[in-house]
Design a protein around this ligand. Sequence first.
Ligand SMILES: NC(=O)c1ccc[n+]([C@@H]2O[C@H](COP(=O)([O-])OP(=O)(O)OC[C@H]3O[C@@H](n4cnc5c(N)ncnc54)[C@H](OP(=O)(O)O)[C@@H]3O)[C@@H](O)[C@H]2O)c1
Length: 321
Amino acid sequence: MARNYKIATVFGGTGFVGRQIVRELAARGVVVKVATRFPESAYFLKPYGAVGQVVPVACNYADSTSVHEAIKGADFVVNCIGILYERGKKSKFQRMHVDVPAMIAKACADENVEQFVHVSALGCDVGQSNYAKTKLEGEHAVQSNFAKAVILRPSVVFGEDDNFFNMFAELARYVPFLPLIGGGKTKFQPVYVGDVADAAIGALYDYSGKYSGSVYELGGPEVVDFKGVYERLFKYTGRERRLVNLPYCVARFEAAFLSLWPRPLLTRDQVESLKTDNVVAENAKTLADFGINPTSMDTILPGYLSRYRAGGGRFNTQTTA
Ligand SMILES: NC(=O)c1ccc[n+]([C@@H]2O[C@H](COP(=O)([O-])OP(=O)(O)OC[C@H]3O[C@@H](n4cnc5c(N)ncnc54)[C@H](OP(=O)(O)O)[C@@H]3O)[C@@H](O)[C@H]2O)c1
């Protein structure tokens, strides 16, 4: 008897973007296998569905059989694996952004998966950082193994657990100034994590095939530079800080030290990334093609940045620190 529900495998489902996609899939009654290196780290996702609906599955990326096993039986596959910096032999850009996506895409073809959504990054076609270059190479590897794949390229993603606004808000707690790297002129188009997840869902339930084989650039309704980002931060955390210009050469020098931290605050490759604007291209396919009206930062940021307000969070009326 044919089953009346879908099965999805989400790689990187424990991450910031991945968990939102897991949540949306579970809300649609999909059985979700969360492929992860550490199954116990995915237990927090179980309450997103009914008992047994969200299932952490151990995956060893050194072994293609393990990837096949994670995908076997799935109708949908989503890849949200990505790294911002390299660490050790197993956490290299080439491996995580090219070889592993290629392996997943090939397994999708072998296992006759209905649709595969691969999360890439905005600006990968123009950026000169190793992050960008390997993200682009990864897209090509996915397309050559699974031609129908839908590729999503988000700009900086914001939402309650993001690593962008939260990181700067945390920094602003402890330092009297914040850096404007390269003069802070780089432009971003921050996109809400819920909109990225909705695009992924739209691409998976693509029965007409209209999204198949295409690349989508996902940006929010506003383009901002670093000053614009910090202004939002100050407004919603109430912590105004001095902005200090940090030329690229100085930032590169500082990054050499900051990248030695266990979770680097800044790497040389990230400084390179900041030399290119991160905005949706004029002729690109976008969120609008999924019928999604992008959510503004002002709708979402107050909800989670208020916890950084001095003296006790959202119920405190104090506006400066
Ligand atoms: N967040 C953004 O602003 C943003 C912007 C543009 C593009 N993107 C792209 O969107 C995707 C998701 O980003 P995210 O912010 O959700 O990332 P994230 O929170 O860091 O999660 C990434 C996931 O990748 C897996 N992963 C990390 N290192 C790994 C390694 N060495 N080997 C195998 N798996 C590893 C982890 O899964 P396990 O630990 O469970 O194995 C983790 O859940 C990435 O491809 C990223 O490049 C993100």
